[in-house]
Design a binder for this molecule. Structure first.
Ligand code: AMP
Length: 111
C-alpha cells in the first residue's frame, strides 16, 4: 500500500519521532501550524476516524496525544484535531490526530 504514514511507521521514511510503542507512533508534523505540532497515528492502517472500530486503539491514540502534550510541556492547553475525509479536510488517508499548541490558539472554525 502506498501510504506515507505506513512508511513512516515502518521506518522507510524519516520523521522526528516523539513517542512510540507497538500500537501507536507520534512524530512532529513536517509543516507545523503552531510552535508545537505532533501527529499521532496507529501503526495499523486505518483510513480515517470514520473507519475506526477498535475501542482499545482509540483509547491508545487519545492517551498518546495527552502524554506527548504533557511531555512537551503544553500545560496551558492544546488542541486535538482530527480532519476526517474530504469535507473534513483530510489530506493523508491514514488516521492521524493533530496535537497543536505552544501558543493561544484562535477560533476553531475561522470563517
Ligand atoms: P491532514 O490535512 O489532517 O490530512 O494532515 C496531514 C498532515 O500531515 C499535514 O499537517 C502535513 O503537514 C503532515 N505531513 C505530510 N507528510 C508528512 C511527513 N512526511 N512527515 C510529517 N508530517 C507530514
Amino acid at each position: 500500500m502506498n501510504c506515507i504514514f505506513c512508511k513512516i511507521s515502518a521506518g522507510e521514511i524519516p520523521a522526528e519521532h516523539a513517542l512510540e510503542d507497538e500500537h501507536v507512533l507520534v512524530f512532529r508534523d513536517v509543516r507545523p501550524q503552531a510552535p508545537t505540532h505532533f501527529l499521532v497515528i496507529p501503526r495499523v492502517h486505518v483510513a480515517s476516524l470514520h473507519e475506526l472500530e477498535d475501542v482499545e486503539l482509540g483509547g491508545r491514540l487519545l492517551t498518546a496525544a495527552a502524554r506527548v502534550a504533557r511531555e512537551a510541556g503544553l500545560d496551558e492547553g492544546w488542541r486535538l484535531i482530527v480532519n476526517t475525509r474530504e469535507h473534513g479536510g483530510q489530506e493523508v488517508d491514514h488516521l492521524h490526530l493533530h496535537v497543536v499548541g505552544g501558543k493561544r490558539l484562535g477560533p476553531m472554525l475561522p470563517s
